[in-house]
Design a protein around this ligand. Sequence first.
Ligand SMILES: NC(=O)c1ccc[n+]([C@@H]2O[C@H](COP(=O)([O-])OP(=O)(O)OC[C@H]3O[C@@H](n4cnc5c(N)ncnc54)[C@H](OP(=O)(O)O)[C@@H]3O)[C@@H](O)[C@H]2O)c1
Length: 254
Amino acid sequence: MKTIFDIRQKIALVTGSSQGIGLTLAKGLAENGAITILNGRQADKLTQAADRIQIQGYQIHTSAFDVSDDNQVSAAVQTIEDKIGPIDILVNNAGINIRNPLEAYDNTDWDQLMNTNLKGAYLVSKHVAQYMIMRKRGKIINICSMQSELGRKTITPYAASKGGLKMLTKGMAVEWGQYHIQVNGIGPGYFRTDMTKPLWTNPDFDTWLRNRTPAHRWGEPEELTGPLIFLASSASDYVNGHILYVDGGLLASI
Ligand SMILES: NC(=O)c1ccc[n+]([C@@H]2O[C@H](COP(=O)([O-])OP(=O)(O)OC[C@H]3O[C@@H](n4cnc5c(N)ncnc54)[C@H](OP(=O)(O)O)[C@@H]3O)[C@@H](O)[C@H]2O)c1
């Protein structure tokens, strides 16, 4: 039965989906009937990830490219459009974090982080939007963070990149809304992945987070799927430039 949340047979590209939140988001899209393309920098790792979530009936493809490399992004988007079909849904999820006090931050690390988290989302969106603009439809969802709103010691460059991604989301919504393209963000709270391992293995941080979050717990990556389906489906056709925080209430409390 068709509902307003229907994404069956839509083609969805999820960047940075060889593991972690991206892989869970990709699985959620595939579970709901989307033709889903996994991305990361390593082809072998992507094949293994696809094998792990390949359940009978799921339509999964892989496309290895580095989101920060314009030539790779351009070639990959064109190949997907030619060989798989029109990209209806783009999830800009690829991201890294490199922790260090700002006064000791390595400039090469700054460049790598910005190129992945901010320039990567710009590049992939720009190439995919060329096609979405021609078709006058599309959904782009940028994976933001609590650090789109809040600073925290040792991750200032990450916060700068995620704050930038929030404004990139609003800017793209303003520029491309006229083509019936909706660009929104999801801001996850704290989820246990490789990226946050230094946090969830630290008992002091674990206690602080549970006390700080009204839900008194970490998020489960599957809890991001519902918000994603909403933003990827026609249920959100008049929602544009919005960041939906999925954080157990963390941002609402002091
Ligand atoms: N975990 C959390 O609590 C949390 C909270 C808020 C926001 N987020 C955001 O959610 C996203 C996913 O985080 P995660 O925790 O799932 O991290 P993760 O487990 O470290 O996964 C990161 C993914 O990004 C890919 N990636 C990194 N650089 C890439 C590049 N240049 N090109 C293509 N793919 C690249 C990695 O694949 P390869 O290494 O195979 O290339 C991997 O699949 C990030 O944007 C992160 O900032 C996470």
